[in-house]
Design a binder for this molecule. Structure first.
Ligand SMILES: [Zn+2]
Length: 300
């Protein structure tokens, strides 16, 4: 059972939006691709463990603080043993040498085993401080079937793609039902989850230079027309109710520019193509709280 679900991070959403509305440099584009690929791998892992026939509590995407250090946990599973998983969606050929991971052209990449050890040590301290001394079994899981590691170490806590079945079988064996202690630990870790992510590594951007307009829900195109109560995409043909498109776009606007006041004028400029201000105001009133009066009204 998923006690805490996984959602796309704000960093991915913002970078994806900036990739459409501004010109991202190659480093930021690569950062976005890496984050998206990482997220896909994590979702792949969720799909596998979701099918397990055993009682367990799974907490995804935890951001915790221990000993003044902030750390992330991709997947944490509580059953009679507590498991910590670091999921990597690396694809292609890599090699391992003197405790380091390299791509085939010799570039050193961050060692996921170090991330794993750090997270395990910090979460153990955090649990210990709160009166829980559960032993934790930690694994780096390489989820992508097209991943190969040359000179792979034999004595490290790594699950290679060909060993996923073994891991799932191991996890599905369960001798005991969950006790209240398991729920207490899950509640504790969820309550300690930090919502402010210090890892957000974003380029500088501003409202004026961001491209305005609806983007298509399906293909992200800006080629959007209005037909009655719907918008449609000239590129892929998909349709969406104007109301849901406005709300989606306003949420994107708030995510990108949390300090910007949401007024009818701003929303009209941001969405383009809607000629009627009355229509925009009606939609905003239905989904947001209006503050102020007349031309000074804004929405939160
Ligand atoms: Zn489209």
């Amino acid at each position: 059972m998923f006690f805490k679900h996984r959602t796309e991070s704000d960093t991915i959403k913002i970078l994806r939006s900036l990739n459409r509305r501004t010109i991202l440099n190659e480093t930021d584009k690569q950062h976005l691709l890496n984050l998206q690929k990482g997220f896909e791998g994590e979702v792949m892992f969720d799909t596998l463990i979701e099918k397990l026939q055993c009682e367990s509590l799974i907490l995804n995407d935890l951001l915790l603080k221990s000993n003044n250090s902030t750390f992330q946990i991709v997947s944490f599973m509580i059953k009679e043993i507590t498991y910590l998983f670091e999921i990597k969606n690396y694809e292609g050929d890599f090699y391992y040498e003197s405790d380091n991971f390299y791509t085939m052209n010799g570039s050193k990449i961050q060692n996921p085993l170090h991330q794993l050890n750090r997270a395990e040590s910090l979460v153990s301290q955090l649990l210990h401080k709160n009166g829980y001394n559960n032993p934790i079994e930690s694994w780096v899981v390489f989820i992508n079937p097209a991943f190969t590691l040359y000179q792979a170490p034999k004595n490290q806590p790594i699950i290679y793609p060909t060993q996923l079945d073994y891991l799932l079988k191991k996890l599905s064996t369960s001798s005991r039902n969950l006790n209240s202690r398991a729920f207490d630990i899950a509640k504790l870790l969820s309550s300690l989850h930090q919502t402010d992510n210090p890892y957000t590594d974003l380029p500088k951007y501003n409202y004026e230079q961001s491209k305005k307009g609806f983007t298509c829900k399906a293909c992200l195109s800006f080629s959007i027309g209005v037909n009655g109560r719907k918008i449609f995409c000239y590129d892929c043909g998909s349709e969406e109710d104007i109301e849901s498109a406005v709300i989606r776009s306003v949420r994107e606007l708030i995510l990108l520019f949390p300090d910007k006041k949401i007024t009818t004028n701003v929303v009209q400029e941001w969405c383009q193509v809607i000629t009627s201000q009355i229509r925009i105001t009606r939609i905003l009133k239905r989904h947001f709280k209006a503050i102020g009066y007349g031309q000074w009204t804004y929405y939160v």
